[in-house]
Design a protein around this ligand. Structure first.
Ligand SMILES: NC(=O)C1=CN([C@@H]2O[C@H](COP(=O)(O)OP(=O)(O)OC[C@H]3O[C@@H](n4cnc5c(N)ncnc54)[C@H](O)[C@@H]3O)[C@@H](O)[C@H]2O)C=CC1
Ligand SMILES: CC(=O)C(=O)O
Ligand SMILES: [Mg+2]
Length: 438
């Protein structure tokens, strides 16, 4: 199956005797549906009800699977089809919550007026106190103009809000940081810079997210120069950190020397250019890139890379290939060479599915669900905020990448994203490097 991004949940009843759920699994599998999580909702004497998450191609594929299950007979029935993804988004995924409970008038006077006025005056006298008596230094603005939401393109900031809320959930869970989505009604670099400068005082850091290229480069560069707090464009540097980590791990396991390797980079936008720059800074033999846009190619050349004549040439030449174009299915199985490392990182759908790449001969293959900037940005900001760093530097990013490598189990390309230790390790490494340079 080429792509399985249509997810639904089936509420399935089967008789409570062995072998009945196996019939359901067989019906799903024989139609090339992919079973995800299975939750048992009720075990009765006669029947059992399960919530089965399945990945399929589209609505038509889903209907054929439901029909196949209902045709099994023997008391096996699909009672309902639910959309868990939509349900998870009902009402939004984040909510700003109080850390104080007000149970008495005394509490009210401490938390709000008149008590709060003393704290305001203290901060007025000594602004540093805001680090201790407000949540500013633990908050990061997640800023988007909606111009490059995942690989969906320029769909606007409101349509991109579910992604920003997702980043906020990850900041909270993995780094205990308040991530506050900020949706910009402008795509003009001057206005973006000015707007962020006008709101930065409420935050300890700025995460730029899904801002398209090329204006993302100017916006980030100017904000880094003009603001006294850490600014990072996640699609550039968060992605570059995780990609470098996965390439180091792949090379170690494949016995390939990274310093002897030319890496092929398909797509030289925000993610692709930053990945190329980081690989060259770390020390690869070279980066051979390609993009449909001449200006993007020119930028790679200015940073020391070379441009391939065609996608075919790049695929033939490079042992390690990274793709960040947003174009699903761009890499055809016949282009894959035996033993290649292929990281097709576009979300929501990869340039080539890992299973297809492996079948075509790749030694390692991964997509953007596995090699994802989730492994980088929470810990990078936790470390930077802990160190009260004024910026996020290259040495901090390289330290983050190496911490991800050190947290990776043998045989894997990257650590499990839900393993809290990887985020702790990234934060500690970034804090150490940031503190050394203070
Ligand atoms: N796995 C991860 O953690 C991440 C994945 N990504 C994914 O990477 C993709 C690109 O994101 P950005 O770099 O932010 O977007 P972008 O819009 O800045 O860059 C995309 C680049 O691909 C080029 N391109 C498009 N079609 C092409 C083709 N057929 N051949 C060659 N070049 C082509 C464009 O000209 C552009 O330069 C998205 O799908 C996004 O989801 C981005 C960041 C993180
Ligand atoms: C993961 C991410 O940031 C992206 O696909 O844009
Ligand atoms: Mg992104």
């Amino acid at each position: 199956m080429e792509s399985a991004e249509f997810m639904r949940n089936l509420i399935v009843e089967t008789p409570s005797s062995p072998g009945n759920f196996a019939k359901v699994a067989l019906a799903i599998g024989s139609l090339e549906g992919d079973i995800g999580d299975i939750q048992t909702i009720k075990i009765g004497t006669l029947s059992t009800i399960r919530d089965v998450s399945i990945h399929c191609k589209d609505e038509e594929h889903l209907i054929s699977i439901v029909e196949a299950i209902n045709q099994i007979g023997d008391g096996i029935t699909v009672h309902a089809v639910t959309d868990d993804v939509l349900q998870a988004h009902e009402g939004g995924k984040v909510h700003m919550k109080s850390r104080m409970e007000i149970r008495s008038l005394g509490d009210l006077r401490r938390v709000y007026t008149p008590g709060v006025a003393n704290v305001c005056e203290m901060i007025k006298e000594d602004p540093e106190q805001a680090n201790y008596f407000t949540g500013i230094s633990n908050s990061v603005a997640i800023v988007t103009d909606g111009t490059a939401i995942l690989g969906l393109g320029d769909i606007g900031p409101v349509a991109g809000m579910p992604v920003m809320e997702g980043k906020s959930v990850l900041f909270d869970q993995f780094a205990d940081i308040s991530g506050v989505p900020i949706l910009l009604s402008t795509t003009d670099p001057d206005e973006i810079v000015q707007t962020v400068k006008n709101i930065y005082q409420g935050f300890g850091g700025i995460l730029l997210e899904d801002i398209g290229s090329p204006h993302c480069f100017e916006v980030e560069e100017r904000l880094k120069k003009e603001l006294p707090i850490p600014v990072m464009h996640d699609d550039q540097h968060g992605t570059a950190v995780v990609t470098l980590a996965s390439i180091i791990s792949a090379c170690r396991q494949a016995g390939v020397k990274l310093s002897d390797s030319v890496v092929g980079q398909i797509g030289l936008g925000a993610a692709g250019l930053a990945i190329s720059r980081m690989l060259m800074a770390y020390g690869v033999k070279g980066v051979l890139g390609i993009d449909r846009d001449d200006a993007a190619c020119q930028r790679l050349v200015e940073h020391g890379g070379t441009i391939a004549k065609s996608l075919e040439e790049l695929m033939e030449t490079c042992d390690i290939v990274v793709a960040t174009t947003g174009v699903a299915g761009l890499i055809k199985p016949e282009m894959v060479r035996k033993g290649q490392v292929i990281l097709a990182l576009s979300n929501p759908n990869a340039e080539i599915e890992p299973a297809v790449a492996l079948k075509a001969g790749a030694a390692f293959a991964a997509d953007g669900r596995l090699v994802n900037n989730i492994l980088g940005f929470p810990g990078i900001f936790r470390g930077a905020l802990n160190a009260q760093a004024k910026e996020i530097t290259y040495p901090m990013l390289i330290a983050a990448a190496l911490a991800i490598v050190d947290s990776t189990k043998s045989g894997d390309l990257v650590p499990h994203p839900l393993d809290p230790t990887v985020h702790e390790n990234v934060a500690a490494a970034v804090e150490r490097v940031a503190s050394e340079s203070l």
